[in-house]
Write a protein that binds this ligand. Structure first.
Ligand code: ZN
Length: 505
């Protein structure tokens, strides 16, 4: 290993240390910070972001990269860990330096004002109050995309997706999403119009937060989340923060009248947390090899534990007696089948974050279509509500009552997170396609889950998905692991095979 390569690794580690302090501040802000700390916290975060950006765009990185890229023992085999590490370092450096510091600052400033405007507008369901902010953030986000540039043969929107899902292209996503949307829409219609829904009584039991917390911790430990290098705390909007090596923070929220919310939220964030604990941060902190590869792969891990595991019958075979003991007799009087049925109810709801597995992706597709049209300039911000409502009714067969339950419900667009939504559905697709491979490799997996033996499943994911970090792009990773490019079939087949019998069809 050359000294230049070693030096490059040190610079990345140094930048990551600053970023991890910012992550810790962000976690604190969402959990324990008193309200009075908000103003100074905004300054603290902005100061750290500036230092981190300066470190990420340090001109010494360019020189060291040049030197390493000309050194054949490092890059001779372009698939070696060192060559991939350098390739990704170059990518990050190029993307960071292509954005003028003024644009970065303007995006941050407008983003924080716009987010406040969005909060008020959503509260009052007043799209017109938010429209000027949407126009501003859209303009700045398109400017950012122009700085990065559309990839060869791609469109401007691709430059934005690239930030969250390297290698993904809008046209390719559309090719997979469109047929999936049509099939899901008819599956939902069939279930709700002709099927008999499972009994929702198990979902309606009131359970104190402390018991829910104890149950959540028990489940987390059982699936392999290491509480010596992680925590579970309470917040309003659950998330997972992979702060640094040895420090992964999960958050959840408890609603006493709806105990399964926290359980599935905890399993979801737990899946993210297992991924964060599994990437080789210890040896490669701050380097691409020690980082999660994309949001779509991250989300595949959370959805896999939340849905493929947590909403399976086998999981409830294991969890039912534990739930009876930890949550109480009221839960204990329901059978495995009753619990399994209740957690798989399908509903036509307006809110994405409350959606079940069958309708969830329809919510995402709607957002993908609209934001892509916005970036292309085919749709103006003023026409978002009418475009949203028309498409929603086509997909869900019910009219949107107001913008609060329509185009104002998500925070993303207010601070320029455009190109982010498709990664939710990519995560679902990845999880189902990986699951086909996993169940072929581990034929006894259902029995293991029914016995609460999750280690073989976690071991499979650790070795093949977590350990490579960013060694492969997400499309490469999926193809290497499953033998084919991403397809909608595994997800659709899984949902249809599970849900039709539960609805008596
Ligand atoms: Zn997630």
């Amino acid at each position: 290993m050359t000294t230049a390569y070693q030096h490059l690794r040190e610079l990345h580690r140094d930048a990551a240390l600053v970023k991890s302090v910012g992550a810790l501040l962000a976690w604190d802000q969402e959990t324990y910070m008193p309200a009075g700390g908000a103003a100074i916290r905004a300054e603290q975060s902005a100061t750290l972001a500036t230092i981190a950006h300066a470190k990420a765009t340090d001109p010494r990185i360019a020189d060291l990269l040049d030197e390493c890229e000309g050194h054949s023992p490092l890059v001779g085999d372009r698939n070696s860990p060192e060559a991939r590490n350098l390739h990704e370092m170059r990518r990050d450096y190029d993307r960071a330096t292509r954005l003028p510091a003024t644009l970065v600052a303007e995006l941050a400033r407008v983003g924080s004002q716009s987010q406040q405007a969005w909060k008020d507008a959503r509260e009052r369901s007043d799209f017109e109050a938010f429209r000027p902010w949407l126009e501003k953030t859209l303009e700045l986000t398109r400017e950012k995309a122009r700085c990065w540039g559309a990839p060869e043969g791609g469109e401007l929107y691709d430059a934005l997706i690239e930030e969250y899902e390297p290698g993904a292209r809008a046209a390719e996503i559309e090719r997979v999403f469109t047929p999936l949307g049509e099939r899901l829409s008819s599956l939902v219609a069939e279930l709700l119009d002709r099927g008999t829904p499972p009994n929702d009584a198990p979902l309606k039991i009131e359970i104190p937060a402390e018991r829910q917390h104890a149950f959540g911790l028990r489940v987390l430990e059982s699936i392999g989340f290491d509480l010596r290098t992680g925590r579970l705390d309470t917040t309003t909007h659950p998330f997972c923060e992979g702060v640094a090596p040895g420090d992964t923070r999960l958050t959840t929220r408890y609603r006493e009248s709806s105990w399964t919310d926290a359980l599935f939220g905890t399993l979801h964030e737990g899946g993210h947390g297992l991924y964060e604990q599994g990437v080789p941060k210890g040896e490669n902190f701050g380097e691409p090899l020690g980082e999660a590869v994309s949001l779509g792969i991250h989300e595949s891990q959370s959805r896999l534990w939340e849905n493929l595991v947590g909403r399976s019958r086998e999981f409830w075979q294991w969890a039912q007696p534990i739930a009876a003991k930890t949550l109480g007799d009221e839960v204990g009087r329901f059978s495995v089948d009753e619990l399994y049925g209740a957690v798989n109810l399908v509903r036509r709801s307006f809110i994405r974050v409350e959606a079940d597995e069958a309708t969830y992706n329809l919510h995402v597709m709607l957002r993908f279509e609209i934001e892509r049209s916005l970036v292309r300039g085919d749709l103006s911000p003023a026409d978002v509500p009418s475009a949203w409502n028309a498409r929603f009714e086509e997909l869900f067969k019910v009219p949107v009552p107001d913008d609060k339950r329509g185009c104002l419900q998500d925070v993303h667009w207010s601070f320029g997170l455009i190109g982010y939504f498709p990664t939710y559905t990519l995560g679902n697709l990845n999880s189902a396609q990986l699951w086909e491979r996993i169940t072929a490799d581990l034929p006894d997996l259902s029995q293991m889950i029914a016995r609460g033996e999750f280690a073989p499943l976690l071991g499979w994911l650790r070795e093949r998905v977590h350990a490579p970090g960013r060694r492969w792009t997400p499309p490469e990773l999926i193809e290497r692991l499953t033998g084919r490019p991403l397809s909608a079939d595994p997800l659709f087949d899984y949902l249809s095979t599970k849900l039709r019998p539960l609805y008596g069809l």
